[in-house]
Design a protein around this ligand. Structure first.
Ligand code: GLN
Length: 198
């Protein structure tokens, strides 16, 4: 039997507990990451939803921003909502700093009004039928480069995207019961681990 995957969940702020619970349900070891040193030894990382500006403030401390920028270049990482904003190469409304790892452009708070914070059922290319999408003051992915794979959309815009070892959702898959997206991330992480030179 192979050892369980060790997945970090960035726990500076925001919706990290529900991610950790879903990872444990799927048999992974979940570690709440609060310091840059904890990135060492992780097979993958989830950057949860929350407030991206607050994440950035916390990340300015103790070289965390630079450590995370390097980490996401080569280690499987899954961003949800604010996490997607952090992973994007370009951020608008207003522009802000990011880890600039994924070739997507996001507009913050595009679905920022109360009416736009909704639960939708939308088609996906993942097997198993439509996805439940929980939206909370969400960004819009306004542009994705051609190599970015779009797995689901909201109003025609990419909502769940994959680029190499990176996965990003503008919604909150950890707040529903559907574990398909977390399972996809674990599968991506297992594959990256198997291919990694020792
Ligand atoms: N509105 C938040 C931001 O701009 C994102 C909201 C979320 O993560 N649910 O950072």
């Amino acid at each position: 039997m192979t050892a369980p995957l060790t997945i970090g969940v960035l726990a500076l702020q925001g919706a990290y507990e529900a991610h950790a619970a879903m990872l444990r349900q799927l048999g992974a070891t979940a570690i709440l990451v609060r310091k840059p040193e904890q990135l060492a030894g992780l097979d993958g990382l989830i950057i949860p939803g929350g407030e991206s500006t607050t994440f950035l403030k916390h990340l300015e401390r103790a070289g965390f921003f630079d450590a995370l920028t390097t980490f996401v270049q080569s280690t499987p990482t899954f961003g949800t909502c604010a996490g997607t904003i952090l992973l994007a190469k370009e951020v608008g409304n207003p522009p802000q700093r990011s880890l600039a790892a994924m070739d997507i452009t996001v507009e913050r708070n595009f679905y920022g009004r109360q009416n736009d914070s909704v639960i939708l059922q939308e088609p996906t290319t993942l097997p198993g039928g439509p996805l439940e999408m929980v939206y909370i003051r969400a960004p819009r992915i306004a542009h994705a480069d051609p190599q970015v794979e779009v797995l689901a959309r909201r109003n025609g815009d990419p909502a769940l995207v994959r680029e190499g070892h990176l996965l990003a959702a503008t919604f909150h898959p950890e707040l529903g019961h559907d574990t398909r997206i977390h399972q996809l991330f674990l599968d991506m992480t297992a594959k990256a681990k198997a291919e990694k030179p020792e």
